[in-house]
Design a binder for this molecule. Structure first.
Ligand SMILES: Cc1cc2nc3c(=O)[nH]c(=O)nc-3n(C[C@H](O)[C@H](O)[C@H](O)COP(=O)(O)OP(=O)(O)OC[C@H]3O[C@@H](n4cnc5c(N)ncnc54)[C@H](O)[C@@H]3O)c2cc1C
Length: 378
């Protein structure tokens, strides 16, 4: 008799994807947020999936054995909705940081809140030239963050805050509790895509946080290799977006009967090649970044590999956008053709910090590594 595998969190996620896809099509307007999809994740218990298995989660984004499933989850969600993928990536990242760096009491509290279905996010970006967010000795935050996805919806925002008495010291992480709609200003988010990610500015001035909300030590947020190697997670979401564009491209060629044309066939083949290359990079990067490391290993190899992976995925995304535009033609730019929205979302979300620096750092690693570069990633 064949034994039936027990459905796991990935199966639960797959069951939600048609609803996520449908909601994404409805929400392409400024200030939108995928409330229905987040509620579905909550009801399926998936907002607790980033918790350690010992805390009732699935270890998504945290445990080495869950690396492949986490990559699949982020990719599948990205394929259905890039804005929801962005939000899920932030949720996974926040819970990882708390569980990796937080004191036991902070971990317990965050785990309870994740199991209760609260949405977490990581908001680090500050406006150039503006005073940084600070935490005073009185436990009060002063200052703002910008480009906060899920602003007005995230209930626990992991923010980096400097010590008001010593702003030159590395920042600490604070898990700021926020009520719905509190402090959020979505008006600056005028990007062409990712309109449903509720990305905006949040002013924390006057928000008091207890000591139990301070996570880890100064400098923990940017501690390596986690900081750079974690880029595989957004690359996984990007990869899902590229898959979505590929799907629309194929649908178009089938619908129009143009797929047999050699030019169209070459573009479809090239797009399929780019997308599969991206997926292979993402999976390899996830496993390499999440693999257990000896205490004395600074993880430079993992960082270099993830830097290459994120750029390979970016390149694949850009190539697929160009190929789809060429193959579909003008209708790829016409609403309500779904590929129009997905292409805008992907083009926007592909913009991530310092791609030049990522390539330069990876090149430096290759330059300096002992042995043949062909053996570098064995
Ligand atoms: C949809 C979306 C949601 C987001 N949500 C969040 C969020 O929830 N929380 C959050 O903290 N942030 C968020 N961000 C911001 C994100 O993390 C990055 O800060 C942002 O995307 C950086 O984009 P950029 O192109 O301006 O990057 P930049 O790093 O400014 O890159 C632009 C160009 O400048 C180059 N460059 C970078 N640094 C230098 C330098 N020193 N000298 C010379 N050239 C340089 C780069 O290589 C690149 O060519 C979000 C971004 C997007 C698109």
């Amino acid at each position: 008799m064949r034994s039936q595998a027990r459905p796991g969190p990935l199966d639960a996620l797959r069951a939600l994807l048609p609803g996520v896809l449908a909601e994404a099509a409805e929400l392409d307007h400024d200030g939108a947020f995928p409330s229905g999809s987040v509620a579905a994740l909550r009801e399926a218990g998936l907002l607790a999936a980033p918790l350690a298995t010992g805390l009732g989660g699935a270890g998504w984004g945290l445990e080495p054995l869950a690396a492949r499933d986490t990559a699949t989850a982020l990719r599948l969600v990205g394929r259905a909705s890039l804005p929801l993928g962005r939000l899920l990536e932030g949720h996974v990242n926040a819970l990882r940081l708390v569980q990796r760096r937080g004191a036991p009491a902070a971990v317990r509290l965050a785990a309870e809140e994740a199991r209760a279905g609260l949405l977490f996010g990581v908001w680090n970006t500050e406006a150039p030239g503006e005073a940084p967010l600070t935490l005073g000795a009185d436990g009060v935050l002063r200052g703002r963050k910008i480009l906060c996805s899920g602003a007005g919806h995230v209930a626990r925002a992991l923010v980096t805050a400097r010590d008001a008495a010593d702003p030159a010291a590395p920042p600490r992480m604070v898990l700021a509790p926020l009520a719905p709609a509190e402090r959020a200003d979505l008006s600056p988010w005028t990007a062409q895509g990712m309109r449903a990610s509720a990305t905006g500015a949040v002013d924390f001035t006057g928000l008091a946080v207890g000591e139990e909300r301070v996570v880890g030590s100064p400098g923990d947020y940017a501690r390596q290799p986690d900081f750079s190697a974690g880029a595989w997670r957004f690359a996984a979401v990007h990869c899902g977006g590229a898959e979505a564009v590929l799907g629309h491209l194929r649908d178009h060629l089938r619908r129009t009967g143009r797929g047999g044309d050699p030019h169209q066939a070459a573009r479809l083949g090239t797009a399929a090649l780019a997308v599969e290359s991206a997926r292979l990079w993402v999976e390899a990067a996830a496993e390499r970044a999440e693999a257990p490391r000896a205490a004395e290993d600074p993880g430079e190899g993992a960082i270099a590999f993830v830097n290459l992976a994120r750029l390979a995925v970016e390149r694949a995304g850009l190539d697929v956008l160009e190929l789809a535009a060429r193959s579909v033609g003008l209708s790829a730019y016409m609403r309500p053709n779904p590929v129009e929205r997905v292409m805008r979302d992907l083009a926007t979300y592909l913009r991530q910090p310092n791609p030049d620096g990522a390539l330069a750092a990876a090149a430096r690693h290759v330059l300096e590594a002992p042995g043949h570069p062909g053996d570098l990633w064995d």
